[in-house]
Design a protein around this ligand. Structure first.
Ligand SMILES: OCN(O)CCCc1ccccc1
Ligand code: NI
Length: 186
């Protein structure tokens, strides 16, 4: 089971590596990694388990964050209300952004990261809408489009596969100044 002890922190070289493509059919090891990543996200969003295991809540996780330099990301974006189904619950293998909108967007509150034990204030400017191809656990080729908060989270995770941290996108000189056509998501 993944706990915070398994999550590597900034400064660890794996976070700055470009992760390797996953081959299909999946090895048992890769299947296990994906399952454990999704279980971590569920546990991290369960009040009791998170408190018991001292987990930071996460809506996404990338395999490099558990020192597995492979192109696997897990996404778990909860529904609006307690008993709603998740808005997005998916593991992507070899995800790739194949196209994106011209418009940029960022979260009003900035971003954080389970691999970063500090606040890094500032607007993290990303694409407002993306089209992603990926393989599912069966190796089926999939395509999906994301916008808004979902697009932001997916980009944050895919960045981890390319050794990019969220604060790489923050304007160091002026962290909260963005062009006036950048969509600021509440
Ligand atoms: O890589 C996953 N992770 O560090 C957890 C935080 C995910 C995340 C947080 C804010 C905006 C987008 C994504
Ligand atoms: Ni992260």
């Amino acid at each position: 089971m993944i706990t915070m002890d398994d999550i590597i922190r900034e400064g660890h070289p794996t976070l700055r590596r470009v992760a390797d493509e996953v081959s299909f059919p999946l090895s048992d090891a890769d299947k296990k990694v994906a399952e454990e990543m999704m279980q971590f996200l569920r546990n991290s969003q369960d009040e009791k388990i998170a408190e018991e295991l001292d987990l930071r809540a996460g809506v996404g996780l990338a395999a490099p964050q558990i020192d597995v330099s492979k192109r696997i990301i897990a996404l778990l974006i909860p529904g609006e209300y307690e008993d709603d189904p998740p808005e997005l619950e998916k593991v992507m293998f070899n995800p790739k952004i194949i196209s994106h909108a011209i418009e940029s967007a960022c979260l009003k509150g900035g971003e954080g990261c389970l691999s970063v034990d500090r606040e890094v204030p500032g607007f993290v400017v990303r694409h407002s809408r993306i089209t992603v191809t990926f393989q599912d656990e069966k190796g089926n080729s999939c395509k999906a489009r994301y916008k808004g908060y979902h697009a932001i989270v997916v980009q944050h995770e895919i960045d981890h596969l390319n050794g990019i941290m969220f604060y790489d996108h923050i304007n160091a000189e002026s962290p909260f100044s963005v062009d006036d056509d950048v969509i600021i998501i509440e």
